[in-house]
Design a protein around this ligand. Structure first.
Ligand code: XMP
Length: 527
C-alpha cells in the first residue's frame, strides 16, 4: 500500500485514483496523521498539494517521523515545498509570477539513483502547474532533475535517499505522462505490487464480511434503487445470502414506476431478500402545506427514518420468533471513499450547503437502541470503481450507469409544496425528458438530468382557450465530481422537440424552460 498524505488540494484524491488505475493500492490520510498510530507500514508515501504556504504560521506539516521511516517519499507541489522547508525553512518563498496552466518540463539526467522518477520519459514532458510559492534554493543533499522556464527546481531528488519532489501535478490528465511518473515512483522506486484488481476486491470483501458478521447474525440495509445501494446489497447477498435483509421505502417521490422496477431488479434479477414499504401516503400527508426547502428535506428524512425503524423492529421480531435465526446486529451503509475523505479531512468536513438526506444514515438513537453496528463495504471505492464492481457482480449496465437520484427525490425538484398532482406532472415530464435523452444517444455525455417543476403558473393558449399551466424546468449537467457542474449543450432542435412533447403530452403544463446555470452558484437540484 502507498500512503497519500493530504494537504487539502482539490486534486489529492486524483493521486489515489491514478495509483489505483495502475493497479497499485493506495490509501489517503490527512497530512497530520501520526505514523506511529498506523496499523500497517506503507511501501511509500506521497505528500499531496495544498492551498497553504509552508512558511505561514499555522500551515499544516507532516509528522517528522515520515522522513525517518526510510520508505520512499514523493512530494507534489506543496508536498515538494514541504520537503524543502523541512530541510531549511528558507528554501521556499513566494515566486514573482504565478505559474498556472501548461508548462514544458526539461528533464535532466544526473545518475541512476536520481533519474529513476523520470525514467523512460525522455528529455521533455508537458505538465500542469498551479503554484505561487516555489523553491528558491536547492535543499541540501538534493539535485535538480527537472526545470521549467519559471521553476529552476521543478523536479528534485535526494542524492542518496529515495526522496523526490515535483512542482507540477502528475495526477492531472493535463499532465499526459503523469501516470508513468507515478508508476516509476510506486512500482519501481517503492516496490509496490501492481496487482490490485476488482475481482480480488470482491473476494476479499466477501471473506471480510463473512468473518465480521459470523454465521448467524443478520444484517439490514436500505436500498434506493441507485447504483451504490444496489451494489452494496448484491455484495452482501453474495456474502451471507438471505441473512441480508434489504428494505426499500417508496416515499411517493420516486421516478415513474421506480419502486416497481426496484422490486423487479433487486428481488427477481439479483436475488436480494427485499421488502418494499409503500410510504407514499404518510410522506405526502406530512408534506402537505410545507413550502420551505429545508423543512421539506427534514420531513422527508425523518419520515424515512420512522418507516425504516418500524420495519427494522418488525424484522427483528421475526428473527426472534424464528428458531435458529441470529439477531439483527448490523446495518449496511453504501458510504463511498469521497465521503470518507471528506470526514477525515484535517480541515473537517466542508460547510453544509444543503442538508443531504442520504438513504442509509441512521440516527444514533436507532443504532444504539437496537444495538446495530455499521457495515460499509464500499468505503474504499470511488464511484467509477463502484460501477465496475457492479458490472463484476452482473448488475445490468442500465442500472450501473444510471444518473444519481437524490434521497428526497422529486421533493427537491418541485419549487414549493409537493402535491400529488404536481408530483405526477413532474414525474411524467421527467420520464419524457430522460427517454428522449436515451433515444438521442447522449445519455453517457450527461452526468445528471431531470425535469423539475415551478409551482407558479403561466398563461398558455390551447385550442381557443386560455389556460394556466405549470412551468417545467429541464436541468442537465456535466460534471466529474458533482461539486461543480456546467449545463449540458443540447442541440437546440432536440431541446425544442423535448419541450413540444412535454407540453403536448403532460396535462397541466403550459411552458418548458431549460436551466442554464452553472454550479456554483446554481446547485444541481432545485432545492
Ligand atoms: P446539489 O443539488 O447539491 O447536488 O448540487 C449534488 C449531487 O448530490 C445529489 N443530492 C442528494 N443526494 N440526498 C442524496 O442522496 C440528498 O439530499 C441530495 N441532495 C442533492 C444531487 O442529486 C447531485 O447528484
Amino acid at each position: 500500500t502507498i500512503l497519500v498524505l493530504d494537504f487539502g488540494s482539490q486534486t489529492s484524491h486524483l493521486i489515489l485514483r491514478r495509483l489505483r488505475a495502475l493497479s497499485v493500492y493506495a490509501e489517503m490520510l490527512p497530512c497530520t496523521a501520526k505514523l506511529a498510530e498506523l496499523p500497517w507500514k506503507p511501501k511509500g508515501i506521497v505528500l499531496s498539494g495544498g492551498p497553504s504556504s509552508v512558511y505561514d504560521e499555522g500551515s499544516p506539516h507532516v509528522d517528522p517521523a515520515v522522513f525517518e521511516l526510510g520508505v520512499p517519499i514523493l512530494g507534489i507541489c506543496y508536498g515538494c515545498q514541504e520537503i524543502a522547508w523541512q530541510t531549511n525553512s528558507e528554501n521556499v518563498a513566494r515566486g514573482t509570477a504565478r505559474e498556472y496552466g501548461h508548462a514544458d518540463v526539461t528533464i535532466h539526467k544526473v545518475d541512476s539513483h536520481a533519474d529513476r522518477l523520470f525514467a523512460g520519459l525522455g528529455e521533455t514532458m508537458h505538465a500542469y502547474m498551479s503554484h505561487f510559492d516555489k523553491l528558491v534554493r536547492l535543499p541540501e543533499g538534493f539535485v535538480v532533475v527537472a526545470k521549467t522556464a519559471n521553476s529552476e527546481f521543478a523536479g528534485i531528488a535526494h542524492q542518496t535517499k529515495p526522496i523526490f519532489g515535483v512542482q507540477f501535478h502528475p495526477e492531472l490528465e493535463h499532465t499526459p505522462r503523469g501516470s508513468e511518473l507515478l508508476r516509476n515512483f510506486s512500482v519501481d522506486i517503492c516496490g509496490a505490487q501492481p496487482n490490485w484488481v476488482m475481482s480480488d476486491f470482491v473476494e476479499q470483501e466477501i471473506t471480510r464480511i463473512r468473518k465480521l458478521v459470523g454465521d448467524k447474525a443478520q444484517v439490514i440495509g436500505a436500498v434506493s434503487g441507485g447504483v451504490d445501494s444496489t451494489v452494496a446489497a448484491k455484495l452482501m447477498t453474495e456474502a451471507i445470502g438471505d441473512r441480508f435483509k434489504a428494505v426499500h421505502i417508496d416515499n411517493g417521490l420516486m421516478r415513474l414506476n421506480e419502486s416497481k422496477k426496484v422490486k423487479e431488479t433487486l428481488k427477481e434479477h439479483l436475488g436480494i431478500n427485499l421488502t418494499v414499504v409503500d410510504g407514499t401516503e404518510l410522506f405526502l400527508e406530512r408534506l402537505k402545506g410545507i413550502t420551505e426547502p429545508e423543512k421539506k428535506r427534514k420531513i422527508i428524512g425523518e419520515t424515512f427514518i420512522d418507516l425504516f425503524e418500524k420495519e427494522a423492529i418488525r424484522i427483528e421480531k421475526e428473527a426472534e420468533n424464528t428458531p435458529n435465526a441470529g439477531k439483527v446486529s448490523w446495518f449496511l451503509q453504501g458510504t463511498l471513499y469521497p465521503d470518507v475523505i471528506e470526514s477525515l479531512s484535517f480541515r473537517g468536513p466542508s460547510a453544509t450547503i444543503k442538508t443531504h438526506h442520504n438513504v442509509g444514515g441512521l440516527p444514533k438513537r436507532m443504532m444504539d437502541g437496537q444495538g446495530l453496528r455499521l457495515l460499509e463495504p464500499l468505503r474504499e471505492l470511488f464511484k467509477d470503481e463502484v460501477r465496475n464492481l457492479g458490472r463484476r457482480l452482473k448488475i445490468h449496465e442500465d442500472l450501473v450507469n444510471r444518473f444519481p437520484f437524490p434521497g428526497p427525490g422529486i421533493g427537491v425538484r418541485i419549487l414549493g409544496e409537493c402535491t400529488p398532482e404536481r408530483i405526477e406532472i413532474a414525474r411524467k415530464a421527467d420520464h419524457i425528458f430522460i427517454s428522449m435523452i436515451k433515444e438521442a444517444g447522449i445519455y453517457n455525455e450527461i452526468s445528471q438530468a431531470y425535469a423539475g417543476l415551478d409551482t407558479s403558473k403561466a398563461v398558455g393558449v390551447m385550442g381557443d382557450t386560455r389556460v394556466y399551466g405549470y412551468i417545467i424546468i429541464l436541468r442537465a449537467v456535466t460534471t466529474s465530481d458533482f461539486m461543480s457542474a456546467e449545463p449540458y449543450e443540447f442541440s437546440f432542435s432536440l431541446l425544442k422537440a423535448i419541450a413540444r412533447r412535454i407540453v403536448n403530452e403532460v396535462d397541466g403544463v403550459s411552458r418548458v424552460t431549460y436551466d442554464l446555470s452553472s454550479k456554483p452558484p446554481g446547485t444541481i437540484e432545485l432545492e
